[in-house]
Each structure stands twice: as structure tokens, then as C-alpha cells.
Design a protein around this ligand. Structure first.
Ligand code: FEO
Length: 171
């Protein structure tokens, strides 16, 4: 059985992960509208990753005898001034998610919930990767600046990203 405080916090995190998917889907649509299909692919993979994060929390809560409660998602932004602005927002958003995961880990420690702590270790490691991959693209975009050829090269690189499910690894 899981404590009510952890159950409520995990339900909030499921909403946050699904909102992340919604935000990245909106960013994919922005890139499609601006003929940058590689960055759109990167965002679509990110959508799948975020949904798999939500499912991982969902399955965990269910397995622990908790009740999954889905709540309304906020509407994401739809327009950005540049590809760089999009990825700067991704990086900032992932830092916000890291703060949420850290808060959950603090709560699990407070509640002496070792099973939740173990699950959250996986998410803490995942956030290192999430922040690093967004920051790398921010740095690359800053480097190419107004160079259209450079932007096209980065778009092609982003087209090669593939999806790896979070639920395929054991936690
Ligand atoms: Fe589910 Fe991008 O953190």
C-alpha cells in the first residue's frame, strides 16, 4: 500500500509528464509549420518519452494499490520566436521537471517509502540525460547563429533520433 501523500504527489507527476508531452507536441507542430522536419522528429520522440514516463508512474501507482486520477492539462504555448527559443524553453522545462522529481524523492525519503525511492532514482538519472540533451542543442544552435546551412545540418542530425521506451527497462 502507498501513502496518501505519495499517491497524490505521483498523480500530480503523471499530469506533469503528460503536460510535457503536450508541450513537446506543440513544439513539433511549430517545427512542422516551419519546414524543420528533423527538429519535429526530435520533439515527437520527446512526446513518446514523456508518455512513457507518465505510464511508468501510472503502472507503479497501480502496482502499489494506489488510485490513478487524471486531471486537466493546461494548453501549451504554440509560437516561439526561433528554434533556439524553443530549445531554451525545453531546457528550462526539464530543469523544472527535475525540481519536481527531486521534491518527490524528498517526500519518499520523508515517508520512508523505499519502493518509491528506487523508482525515483531511475527518474533522477533520466533527468540528467533530459537536461543534457536539451542543453546540447541549445549550445549547437547558439554556435550556428544565423547560418542557414548550419541550421539545416542540425535539423538533419535531429532527424536521426529514435525512441527508447522508459517502460522497457526494469525498475
Ligand atoms: Fe519526463 Fe522530460 O521529463
Amino acid at each position: 500500500m502507498i501513502s496518501e501523500r505519495i499517491e497524490e504527489a505521483i498523480n500530480k507527476q503523471i499530469n506533469a509528464e503528460l503536460y510535457s508531452a503536450y508541450l513537446y507536441a506543440s513544439m513539433a507542430a511549430y517545427f512542422d509549420a516551419n519546414a524543420l522536419s528533423g527538429f519535429s522528429n526530435w520533439m515527437r520522440i520527446q512526446v513518446q518519452e514523456e508518455i512513457s514516463h507518465a505510464v511508468k508512474f501510472y503502472q507503479f501507482l497501480n502496482d502499489r494499490g494506489g488510485r490513478v486520477i487524471l486531471t486537466a492539462l493546461c494548453a501549451p504555448p504554440t509560437q516561439w520566436p526561433s528554434p533556439l527559443a524553443v530549445f531554451e524553453e525545453v531546457y528550462k522545462h526539464e530543469q523544472d521537471v527535475t525540481r519536481l522529481i527531486n521534491g518527490l524523492a524528498d517526500l519518499a525519503a520523508e515517508e520512508k517509502d523505499h519502493m518509491s525511492k528506487e523508482l525515483l532514482q531511475w527518474f533522477i538519472a533520466e533527468q540528467v540525460e533530459e537536461e543534457a540533451s536539451a542543453d546540447k542543442i541549445v549550445q549547437d544552435l547558439k554556435r550556428v547563429g544565423d547560418n542557414g546551412h548550419g541550421l539545416l545540418m542540425l535539423d538533419r542530425e535531429a532527424a536521426r533520433r529514435v525512441f527508447v521506451s522508459a517502460t522497457s527497462s526494469k525498475t
